[in-house]
Design a protein around this ligand. Structure first.
Ligand code: ADP
Ligand code: MG
Length: 439
């Protein structure tokens, strides 16, 4: 398994990197393990290991992910020194049916690896219910929320849970695959067979339903499938990046069907869940860290779990095996080189809205001329954020925030800058605000 996988990755790499680099660095490597979606390859030379980490990680990761799915990670060790990581492949366990239906990369998504917090507890609970309760009252179960927040993870966990319980036949696919299969069926005039195939499924799980938006013929066929299964009392589980009512270009009838069961939103993780995610994701990769690193990572700029995993992959690539726990300096170094998103501009209204929420003041108060101490701090924060994250000229910011002039804004902004040096709470709340005003 691992050799086949590595063979494919090498093939993909050969097409992408210079022949000399390939011969020098990639060809001599050999694969030692493919475990929890992580490929470990070995070299005899520490020099080669470091060179690969510094120069080829991105290329290898990209090739690996093309072959094995988005969640795959890559690790290079000097042979014989992989700390505590045995050089062996681990059989994946008998999940024959899930194997056919679930893409390779989704098999590590189980309930056991899902980290729960207040923003996703209901979603997790409902997903479990689908597996445990044959006559689920949630039909369809419709999960929605922003990208990278665990929708696909939960769908895959349901699929595997059902397969393990042998209670129901299950099929997982994305709406995109549904559409592609439909197109092929139409072309070959096999739509009857297409319908039969779906209608025999005990639990149908369709991911990324938003893909159906604007595709009338596909929506029609999907509605037929949906109705047929629903009438039989078969379970349907769906995920989408937004709720049915917010999906553009969706037939009204289908939209109503999609919202006829239980709809659950997964929200962005709060501070506690962020910390828990950092800890679990580090542990999953057997990374030990020095004190303070968890906090550092929790506070980093990541808006969803996929981004956090990306950061950790970076750090992992920098870490030197067997050199003790990962230090804050290493993390800062690794993150410093990581390409940040281009900063987005926020709007004045968004800043006002978020500042009001954060400090529990009303919009009227914030924009008023009142000078009470309770409002002074939020107003200065709003000035600071507008100054740094919007394109409004200072005079306009001042005029909108309490009818002040340009020099009041300069004063407000520098008051915040001074305080940031010593006030941890303010720093934390500014960081949160900065995250939210760009969302
Ligand atoms: P979505 O489908 O909502 O875009 P995914 O399910 O693909 O997001 O999640 C992105 C990555 O983040 C996956 O690797 C997934 O395992 C991980 N992830 C998301 N939420 C959690 C969670 N609560 N616990 C553990 N991992 C999570
Ligand atoms: Mg997804």
């Amino acid at each position: 398994m691992v050799d086949t996988l590595w063979g494919k990755v090498r093939e993909a790499l050969q097409a992408k990197i210079a022949g000399k680099d390939y011969e020098t660095w990639i060809a001599p490597l050999h694969a030692v393990a493919w475990e929890s979606d992580r490929l470990t390859v070995a070299t005899h030379s520490p020099l080669a290991r470091d060179w690969i980490r510094q120069n080829l990680v991105d290329a290898v990761l990209a090739a690996l992910r093309r072959v094995a799915g988005d969640g795959a990670t890559f690790h290079v060790v000097v042979q014989g020194t992989a700390p505590g990581r045995p050089a062996r492949t681990v059989p994946m366990g008998p999940v024959p049916q899930a194997r056919e239906t679930l893409p390779l990369g989704l098999r590590r998504y189980t309930f056991g690896t899902f980290v729960v917090g207040s923003s996703n507890a209901v979603a997790l609970q409902s997903a479990r219910q689908v597996v445990e309760d044959r006559n689920s009252r949630f039909n369809p179960l419709f999960l929605y929320g922003g990208v990278g927040l665990g929708k696909t993870h939960l769908l895959a966990a349901i699929a595997q849970g059902l397969v393990a319980s042998k209670r129901s036949t299950v099929r997982y696919l994305t709406a995109e695959s549904f559409v592609n299969e439909l197109i092929v069926a139409i072309r070959r005039e096999r739509t009857e067979a297409f319908r039969r195939r779906f209608r025999g499924v005990g639990t149908l799980i369709v991911d990324d339903v938003q893909f159906l938006a604007g595709k009338r013929r596909s929506q029609e066929e999907f509605s037929h499938t949906f109705n047929a299964l629903h009438e039989l009392g078969n379970q349907i589980v769906l995920a989408s990046d937004r709720e049915p009512d917010a999906l553009p270009g969706m037939e009204v009838a289908l939209r109503n069907r999609l919202s006829s069961g239980l709809m659950v939103e997964i929200e962005a993780p709060d501070g506690d869940l962020r910390a828990a995610l950092v800890e679990r994701k580090l542990a999953a990769r057997h990374l030990t860290v020095e004190e303070g690193v968890v906090d550092l990572l929790r506070e980093q700029w990541w808006e969803n779990v996929r981004e956090l995993e990306g950061l950790i992959t970076r750090i992992e690539a920098f870490a030197i095996s067997g050199a003790g726990p990962i230090t804050r300096i290493l993390v800062a170094d690794a993150l410093g080189r990581c390409a940040r998103k281009p900063p987005q501009r926020a709007t004045f209204d968004r800043v006002v809205h978020e500042v009001c929420q954060q400090f529990s003041v009303t919009r009227e108060e914030l924009l008023s001329r009142r000078r009470t101490a309770r409002i002074a701090l939020p107003r200065h924060v709003a000035m600071y954020l507008c100054r740094h994250h919007t394109d409004r000229p200072l005079a306009a910011i001042g005029a909108a925030l309490g009818g002040r002039d340009h020099s009041t804004v300069v004063h407000g902004v520098s008051a915040i800058e001074r305080r940031l040096g010593s006030d941890d709470d303010l720093r934390a709340s500014l960081r949160q605000l900065q995250r939210r005003i760009k969302g």
